[in-house]
Design a protein around this ligand. Structure first.
Ligand code: AMP
Length: 594
């Protein structure tokens, strides 16, 4: 099928031809003729990258009366980035239509400027829900003549908590308007909107409900929690030409992963909500222009990212809500291209992969973290291809050749290759020489945790004192040092890579603390927590002799605390207080043993 068979105006067709689109995508083939020929509501189940914007944008542009300055089309989408992208796309499609004004409005920027633009007459407004409602309430947007309301990425908007805003907006639009709703998934909340605000909608599904793009290969790697980052590095190194998006669950993890990658010399940067809008714009601009190779992002910050050509989406951690996997992985394999979605999981997360497979109706392939020699080979061959593929402009380098030849004349070809590879590669080679196999075997059923690493109902609670698999640790900081549960957990997770679910009971006392952790993590904890700085105090972490010793029982006033104070100080008259009086830096020397 060709675009000129769809019934679009010539002004629009010529713009499409200029864009180089050859034929409509499946969603465009179905949606455009329907929307041109029918007054009615429409539901398009399609994920990002399928050509949705043109699917609703072209028929919308086709019906705009440019003689009127009134708002006739309202597009509502979840994020500022998507809002800007949609209006940019629409402006390109509309470049040959005279007198059309498409205005994007979103939060976080000067509302007065946006009002001025609207007042000039905006036949199409592209908006995020919060800012749109604000403008409607200020009576700056008149909805009386709106003919089509488009909800783009409806599931994302509801995920982000815009339910009430969307209800309020839809209630304020005329009854006769048409609603065109696009969503990658169809959770209950989206169905509710359809039921409340749409009449017998025409439904188009691209590639099956909740199904992700067929051009995406889904891979997963099983590694121990503490090896997660190293495995990520191996995967990146094994794909030297990666143009990738890495997802982490929290802002903190996002920042930490990006920091570690940058420190390791990777061309990576973070994108998360702690950055200012200007910083986020700068990062996105670098990523879009491919100056930046790897973007590490939170789910929220990455919403609305629609960058073509992303080769890999890496789930450094699986999303909290498995439904979000579809959104994340949909950032690759856009516009008919192929892409790979890679999930890094620990030994207990196998069941989450199964849940995702049910949602995406597609199978994951279990992959092995590449071995050091495989990685080195790939890197070398990429380096060599870079050289053999390089364009040589002899005229430019000719004048330097005599000096170069003279300097290198004593070296054989083999010698030169070795030296050249060593110069580029020595650090890399020695890193991988010392690395080990990172693959772990997946735990098959029978473990005591559910998919999210928390315990199943009915199983022992976290404070179970008789858990033989736990080691109890002493930490030299307590409440008086500003230390608390969160700080301890954060230090453990940030520095040791130990899974939160492997950490047991934590007792924070006045001047020192205790915690339980899985015995298998003992060495890692002792090695990685020793000497860490906490707000100017250096941490001392030691094993307690046996687990039942020194239990505060979650109550710092308990008898066990006293027995610890005596034993640790060797002084029955308040050794703990004595240590504190030595001054702040004394915490560095606090020790479990005497
Ligand atoms: P969308 O799903 O609307 O974000 O579109 C994803 C990408 O596909 C964008 O870069 C569009 O420019 C591109 N695209 C949309 N429709 C077509 C088409 N018919 N042919 C080629 N590329 C397209």
């Amino acid at each position: 099928m060709k675009f000129n068979e769809l019934g679009l105006k010539d002004t629009i067709l010529s713009a499409i031809t200029d864009m180089g689109y050859e034929s409509p995508t499946p969603i465009q083939q179905e949606a455009i003729p329907y929307l041109l020929d029918n007054q009615g509501d429409l539901i398009g189940l399609a994920s990002t990258g399928t050509g949705k914007t043109a699917a609703f944008g072209l028929p919308l542009l086709n019906q705009i009366e440019t003689d009127s300055k009134n708002t006739q089309g309202l597009i509502i989408c979840p994020t500022r980035e998507l809002c800007i992208q949609i209006s940019k796309d629409l402006n390109t499609y509309a470049k040959n239509i005279r007198g059309i004004n498409i205005v994007p409005v979103y939060g976080g920027t000067d509302i007065v400027k946006q009002i001025r633009q609207i007042e000039r007459g905006a036949q199409i407004i592209v908006a995020t829900p919060g800012r749109l409602l604000d403008l409607i309430n200020r009576r700056k947007i008149k909805l009386g003549e709106v003919e089509a309301v488009i909800l783009d990425e409806a599931d994302e908007m509801l995920n982000m908590g815009f339910k009430e805003d969307i209800d309020s907006i839809l209630e304020k639009t005329p009854d006769y308007k048409n609603v065109w709703l696009f969503s990658a998934t169809m959770p209950k909340e989206v169905s509710r909107i359809a039921k409340n605000y749409m009449e017998q909608p025409f439904e188009i599904t691209v590639g099956g409900k909740n199904e992700t793009n067929k051009n995406i290969e889904h891979h997963y790697y099983v590694v121990k929690e503490r090896d997660r980052f190293q495995a990520l590095k191996s995967i990146i190194d094994f794909n030297p030409n990666i143009y990738g998006l890495i997802f982490c669950r929290t802002r903190r993890d996002t920042a930490a992963v990006a920091d570690k990658l940058m420190a390791g010399g990777y061309n990576a940067e973070p994108l998360h909500g702690d950055l200012s809008q200007a910083q986020r714009d700068r990062v996105m601009q670098k990523f879009r222009s491919k100056t930046l190779q790897i973007l590490v992002a939170t789910d929220v910050a990455a919403r609305g990212i629609d960058v073509d050509d992303i080769t890999h989406v890496i789930h450094y951690q699986l999303p909290e809500d498995v439904e979000n996997y579809t959104h994340r992985s949909g950032r690759t394999a856009r516009a008919g291209k192929k892409g790979t979605s890679i999930a890094l999981i620990n030994t207990k997360e196998g069941r989450r992969i199964k849940s995702i497979e049910r949602i995406i109706k597609s199978q994951f392939d279990l992959k092995k973290v590449p071995s050091p020699s495989e990685i080195v080979e790939t890197q070398l061959s990429s380096l060599i291809s870079g050289i053999t593929d390089a364009e040589v402009d002899s005229s430019r380098i000719e004048k330097y050749m005599p000096v170069l030849m003279e300097q290198l004349e004593d070296y054989s070809k083999e010698d030169l290759i070795k030296r050249f590879v060593s110069a580029e590669f020595n650090k890399f080679l020695s890193y991988y020489e010392n690395s080990r196999d990172l693959n772990a075997s997946q735990r098959s059923g029978g473990n005591d945790r559910d998919d999210y690493g928390s315990r199943k109902r009915g199983s022992r609670d976290r404070g179970d004192r008789n858990d033989a698999n736990k080691q109890r640790f002493f930490v030299s900081l307590g409440r008086k040092d500003g230390f608390n549960h969160g700080a301890l957990l954060r230090l453990l997770c940030d520095n040791t890579g130990v899974n939160k679910s492997d950490i047991g009971k934590i007792d924070i006392l006045d001047s020192f603390s205790f915690f339980d952790a899985d015995k298998k993590e003992t060495e890692t904890i002792l090695r990685k927590m020793q000497g860490i700085d906490f707000e100017g105090s250096m941490l001392n972490v030691e094993k307690t002799k046996n687990r039942d010793e020194n239990r505060g029982g979650g109550n710092s006033g308990g008898g066990n605390k006293k027995s610890y104070a005596r034993r640790s100080s060797g002084n029955s008259s308040g050794g703990d207080r004595l240590r504190r009086s030595e001054g702040n830096r004394s915490s560095r020397r606090r020790s479990y043993k005497n």
